[in-house]
Design a protein around this ligand. Structure first.
Ligand code: KG4
Ligand code: ZN
Length: 358
């Protein structure tokens, strides 16, 4: 395994990331180029602009990744690249680059599912984390409960029927008028520390549904109504901000939102443990990954629940949980290693004229 060296490339959304990881899990290099500034200028991810930004930096990011590992393409064993889910224009930039590198150096190529990478990176952190295990993947676009039975064999126990939890954090932060330069989630987590989590009574989503699915759209509406009803300056215009609320009331709303958002996660995780135990009685761990998993309150609450149910919580560090963290390419490279080791890879078409691939 020590001889195995895989380059991972990730361009599924707004950051261009690459990394080189050794088969034993040693991270040799990791590089990320962020489009955060571009996004704040345009107020969101515009696929065409994001594609252009990826195109501008992809060669440089991969070269820097090789340089800082003191390697050339000749030293690599394989190239792994995210093939979905994500913005197709953006994914294509990464896939083309991966095919170019693989084609030039005659390397196998491994297509990676972004959410699988979020789950499997936990096995890089905890070398003794064995299949089967449960995984809760919580990000801006996804809310998934997965029973990972073996490599490539995943049973979806639950998903969101509308919004993901990260989306609810982001909107709440915006409506509360927070500075979301570092992202809505972290800003809200910080403000919530000052608030009373029991002060605003939001109802817990989907209590009457005895399944493992999620819903955050209703909670978002409740939060919006709470802000509107407290803000005496509010008019009926679609654009509103709660800047006129004093900090204490905003903190109370933030804390109350966060409490209920996480109780919903706890409800679903507890039921999924019950379900998973019936299918795979030997599970020992719940992996929590994705951007929202970097939230300390979320981690603490879920840790408590998991331990109470006789399992262990495995949560990768924030840099390996989030798409804009340094380790975003690491999770792709590592998932590539996992697949390579069981012989799951392809070869790109041969390069006749290297210029074609440049
Ligand atoms: O996995 P990720 O980096 O990207 C995808 O959406 O795939 O997740 C981003 C999401 C955003 O909604 C962001 O606000 C949220 O994760 N997030 C947080 C925290 N850090 C990031 N949410 C709550 N608390 C945090 N500390
Ligand atoms: Zn992600």
């Amino acid at each position: 395994r020590d001889d195995l060296v895989v380059l991972g490339i990730e361009t599924s959304c707004d950051d261009t990331a690459a990394s080189i990881v050794r088969g034993n899990g040693e991270i040799l290099s990791q590089v990320i180029s962020s489009q955060a500034e571009l996004l704040s200028r345009y107020g969101g991810v515009a696929p065409k602009r994001a594609e252009e930004a990826h195109l501008q930096v992809i060669d440089q990011v991969v070269q820097q990744t090789l340089d800082s590992a003191n390697m050339t393409g000749k030293n690599l064993s394989a190239v792994a690249v995210t093939i979905g889910p994500g913005l197709s224009l953006c994914l294509r930039v990464g896939v083309k680059k991966a095919r170019r590198v693989a084609g030039l150096f005659n390397l196998p190529i491994i297509g990676i599912h972004h959410m699988e990478a979020h789950a499997l990176v936990a096995r890089l952190i905890e070398k003794d984390l064995q299949f089967p295990f449960l995984a809760l993947l919580i990000s801006g676009g996804h809310n998934l409960l997965i029973l990972a039975r073996s490599l490539g064999h995943y049973v979806q126990l639950g998903t969101t029927i509308d919004d993901a939890i990260g989306e609810a954090y982001d909107k709440t932060a915006r409506w509360l008028g927070l500075d979301i330069g570092k992202g809505g989630g972290p800003a809200l987590e910080e403000l919530a520390r000052e608030g009373d989590a029991d002060s605003v009574k939001f109802s817990i989503p989907m209590r009457q549904h005895k399944d493992c699915n999620f819903s955050y759209a209703g909670l978002k509406t409740q939060v919006r109504m709470a802000i509107e009803s407290r803000n005496i300056c509010i008019d009926k215009s679609p654009i509103f901000s709660a800047n006129s609320l004093d900090r204490r009331s905003r903190a109370d709303i933030a804390a109350s939102f966060q409490r209920v958002a996480v109780v919903h996660l706890e409800d679903r995780c507890e039921r999924s443990i019950e379900w998973a135990m019936k299918i795979e009685p030997s599970i020992k761990c719940l992996v929590v990954s994705g951007g929202v998993a970097s939230n300390q309150y979320v981690r603490n609450r879920l840790n408590h629940l998991v331990v109470k149910n006789g399992l262990r919580l495995v949560c990768p560090p924030p840099s390996l949980c989030t798409d804009n963290g340094m380790g975003c390419g690491v999770m792709v490279a590592w998932t590539g290693i996992e697949h390579f080791l069981v012989g799951r890879y392809d070869f790109p078409p041969p390069v006749n004229d290297p210029e074609d691939y440049m």
